[in-house]
Design a protein around this ligand. Structure first.
Ligand SMILES: Cc1ncc(COP(=O)(O)O)c(C=O)c1O
Length: 342
């Protein structure tokens, strides 16, 4: 049996209901490449949630959703503005730049959120052919630091972007955790506040694989089927991504999983706060806990419960919880922390 740790929600398995859903559609033949009833059902379900006036395309992974979504709303001479902690900047091996051709410009942040002040700094050189032309602001919800934008904070970004002729992309790899944490709906932080393109994640919250690129402005989706194929993300056996989304979005499985993961992070944080030598560095608003742990203890802890060091210089670690983290996992980890970090 593989032991559960606190390294990443990517390290968890697949929710049993999702596996069952995959198995249930595994009968007979269906047309490939998305022209099947399961894919149509999944798109309908997503439309019920986000609104009718959208276009939806499934891809395999989150990096592809980001990269292809961004490619479809930019030209190679554009620039994309994001927080310096963004996955598109830190963890996609330059794929956004390679595929879109765009320059990625970063904004300093202390909590993972982009700021208007930081964006402003990049808004110059419009119409000047020597300068890459700012086109997209990309925000991550939940942020890479586990914090969550409120609808109001996001609204300010989208208004500012649109007032300045820019578009807004949301990396929603963990949008479900944000929606669960805020106690709102998906629409409140996407459709209703003017997000243009969303990478809608499933993998990190219980699916095996599969993300959706959702266009709220259909003007930008006209070429996406070609961009997705060129980007090598058109699944021949699409029904198996669709079946996962169908189950994920039925009976609030996405919400149950996200609430549970968030609660496990809250429990972990509550107990960690009692350990004097450990300092939590970010608000715990979703399924991640960031903390400074004295360097000498980290390798000892990692032997029993694997997790990643987030910032080596600061000795800051990241502990992620998942839909399958149990209270017992948290309790055991806390007792290890109490034994080691003293
Ligand atoms: C915020 C965020 N966006 C996007 C991704 C990309 O997902 P994938 O690894 O499926 O490409 C990740 C993965 O961890 C992530 O944390």
């Amino acid at each position: 049996m593989n032991k559960r740790g606190f390294a990443s929600d990517n390290n968890s398995g697949v929710h049993p209901e999702i596996l069952k859903a995959i198995s249930e559609v595994n009968t007979g033949h269906t047309i490939g490449y998305g022209d099947d009833k399961y894919t149509r059902q999944a798109i309908e379900r997503i439309k019920e949630i986000f609104g009718d006036n959208i276009d939806v395309y499934f891809v395999f992974i989150g990096t592809a959703a980001n990269v292809l979504g961004l490619t479809s709303i930019t030209k190679s001479y554009n620039s994309i503005i994001c927080a310096e902690t963004s996955h598109i900047h830190q963890d996609e091996c330059g794929a956004p730049e390679k595929f879109s051709g765009c320059k990625v410009l970063t904004v300093p942040t202390t909590n993972g959120k982009i700021t208007i002040e930081g964006i402003k700094h990049h808004l110059y050189g419009f119409d000047f052919e020597h300068h890459s032309q700012p086109k997209v602001i990309s925000v991550t919800q939940t942020t890479e630091l586990g914090t969550v934008y409120t609808p109001d904070e996001l609204n300010k970004v989208t208004d500012y972007a649109h007032d300045n002729g820019l578009l807004v992309h949301m990396d929603g790899a963990r949008i479900s955790n944000a929606v669960a944490g805020l106690g709102i709906t998906f629409r409140d932080i996407t459709t209703d506040i003017g997000i243009d393109v969303l990478s809608f994640g499933g993998t990190k919250n219980g699916m095996m694989y599969g993300e959706a690129v959702i266009f709220f402005n259909k003007e930008f989706s006209t070429d996406f089927k070609y961009i997705r194929k060129q980007g090598m993300q058109l699944a021949s056996k699409m029904r198996f991504i669709a079946a996962q989304f169908n189950r994920y979005l039925t009976g609030d499985l996405w919400l149950k999983n996200a609430i549970h993961a968030n609660n496990m992070a809250k429990l972990l944080a509550k107990e960690v706060e009692k350990i004097p030598k450990i300092k939590i560095t970010q608000k715990v608003e979703s399924n991640g806990v960031f903390a400074i742990v004295p360097k000498e203890y980290i390798p000892v802890l990692q032997k029993d419960f694997f997790f990643y060091v987030w910032d080596e210089g600061a000795s800051e670690v990241r502990w992620m919880t998942s839909f399958d983290t149990t209270e017992e996992d948290v309790r055991l980890f806390i007792s290890l922390l109490k034994r080691v970090v003293r």
